[in-house]
Write a protein that binds this ligand. Structure first.
Ligand code: NAD
Length: 488
């Protein structure tokens, strides 16, 4: 598929690239070839990294905001200058189409740095003056210390930088642990940090497994806050581990996102948007639409057109510009996705397209890759595990509804609460439904339109806390109140 060399990843600790004695392999999921060697780090490397970050905090936390911001802008510029290389590496290790990495993942990493480099410069504090009592109160937002950042494999650089940029902008130092399945672009980011003049020890990236390096990071007494994105199982585990030390936590976890389609929509324009929301990035987006509720009157027409259009999506070589669905991240994950389709089959649901036996053409050099055709399931019971659990792959269930009350109840009847979409021309209906959905974000007649000022996060088992301009500031700082009596 590509003549890319195997990348030998090194931990980045205290401004040095530290070779590791133990490695494991990371595969290109499209070709199944080894594409990187990842250090199998443990608590020793984490201890070293936290130590470096702790020492660097004294200076970085006192560095002028303008200076910190200047370095973040420089990092953004360097990511932009190396965008082609980074996109290729992201696609190679994650399996996503190259065009997607080029148009979404890498530009968003650039934006994350520019956004927080800008907003940190215009922050203000609250001051309350009481002339009667001659008391002045004001707040200070202070950096906290060493931030632990733990990220997943689906949007590797995009999500890492959404945490890294505000943590640094607000004066914290960082030890990050990217997913063991996608380390390469985080490693390239270390080189960029160096080039941008980031002082040693301010950012440390330790690579390895979650239950070893990740666990050691969470358990470390000197890591005062953990920002985590990943599964609900890991997130809740981190919460338990952190309780003993009362760490500050931001947890962005799993989702089971409903799309609600009313009968007044224009199917021709709505269906392409919905298809994108189900299958972009192979459906490996925490915000993917995973179950679609369609108003009964248009259900048959909807399914027919949705299936016709889904069948047109090209599955295969992530480097081809006409590929919409690349490779799933791993064999294990492919098997997990298949297991849900098997559940649907065993319950006599209808597989309208895709599915386990689906035959699709693959170029020779990707014929062993972890591909799965976009799959549409209908005739499925509301209580099926396919309607309740996160599948995190190119699989969607479509069902129908008759009333607003009914669809709101069914959409909310899951343990998750990350996002939902609502599709109708009727603004009153739109607002009424959106306000009753128990999720962190409701997109109305659109999907995945992100404004970084807006709070992002989940309700219920989808998360704790929010990220975005103000929310990130609140998370990455401690707020202090100063109270002054003007006369004695
Ligand atoms: P995961 O929970 O398996 O792993 C996430 C990260 O946690 C990885 O870096 C992993 O190494 C680390 N980890 C694993 N066990 C750990 C432990 N015991 N202690 C510390 N760290 C540990 O998740 P994943 O499979 O990488 O990602 C997919 C999940 O992420 C899905 O559930 C998806 O919905 C979720 N996700 C959520 C959002 C969001 O914003 N809410 C965004 C993207 C992905």
């Amino acid at each position: 598929m590509s003549a890319l060399k195997v990348v030998e990843i090194k931990n980045y600790i205290n401004g040095r690239f530290v070779p590791s004695e133990k490695h494991f392999e990371s595969l290109n999921p499209a070709t199944t070839e080894v594409c990187a060697l990842i250090p199998d780090s443990d608590e020793n490397e984490i201890d070293e990294a936290v130590d470096a970050a702790k020492k660097a905090f004294a200076k970085w936390s006192q560095t002028a905001v303008k200076e910190r911001s200047y370095i973040l802008f420089k990092i953004a510029d360097l990511i932009e200058a190396k965008a082609n290389e980074l996109a290729l590496l992201e696609s190679m290790e994650q399996g996503k189409p190259l065009w997607l990495a080029e148009t979404v993942d890498i530009p968003r990493a650039v934006l994350n740095f520019r956004h927080f480099a800008t907003t940190v410069q215009s922050d203000s504090e609250l001051a309350v003056v009481s002339s009667e009592t001659e008391i002045v109160n004001y707040t200070l937002h202070e950096p906290i210390g060493v931030a632990g950042i733990i990220t997943p494999w689906n949007l590797p650089l995009y999500l890492l930088t959404f945490k890294l940029a505000p943590a640094l902008a607000y004066g914290n130092t960082v030890v990050a642990k990217p997913s063991e399945l996608t380390s390469v672009t985080a490693f390239k980011l270390c080189e960029i940090m160096e080039e941008a003049g980031m002082p040693s020890g301010v950012v440390n990236i330790v690579f390895g497994y979650g239950n070893k390096a990740g666990k050691a990071l969470v358990k470390h007494d000197d890591v005062k806050l953990i920002s985590f994105t990943g599964s609900t199982a890991t997130g809740t585990h981190i919460m338990q581990e952190s309780a003993r030390m009362a760490k500050k936590l931001s947890l962005e976890m799993g989702g089971k996102n409903a799309a609600i389609v009313f009968k007044d929509v224009n199917l021709q324009s709505t269906i392409p948007n919905l298809i994108r929301s189900c299958f972009l990035n192979q459906g490996e987006v925490c915000l993917s639409s995973s179950k679609i509720y369609v108003e009964k009157e248009i259900y048959d027409d909807f399914v027919e057109l949705f299936v016709t259009e889904t069948k047109k999506l090209k599955v295969g070589n992530p480097l081809s510009s006409d590929t919409f669905i690349g490779a799933l991240i791993s064999k294990d994950h492919l098997e997990k996705v298949k297991s849900y389709v098997k559940i649907a089959e065993s319950e006599n649901a209808e597989i309208k397209c895709g599915g386990i036996d689906c035959d699709f053409q693959l170029d020779d050099h990707v014929k062993n890759g972890f591909f799965f055709a976009p799959t549409v399931i209908t005739n499925i019971n509301e209580s099926s595990r396919c309607m309740k659990e996160e599948i995190f792959g190119p699989v969607v269930c479509i069902t129908h509804f008759e009333s607003e009350e009914d669809v709101i109840k069914r959409a909310n009847d899951v343990k998750y609460g990350l996002s939902a979409t609502v599709w109708t021309q009727n603004v009153n209906k739109l607002l009424k439904v959106a306000h009753q959905l128990k999720v962190g974000t409701v997109w109305c007649n659109c999907w995945l339109v992100r404004n970084l000022h807006m709070p992002f996060g989940g309700m219920k088992m989808s998360g704790i806390g929010r990220e975005g301009t103000q929310d990130s500031r609140e998370f990455y700082t401690e707020k202090k109140t100063i109270c002054i009596k003007l006369s004695n």
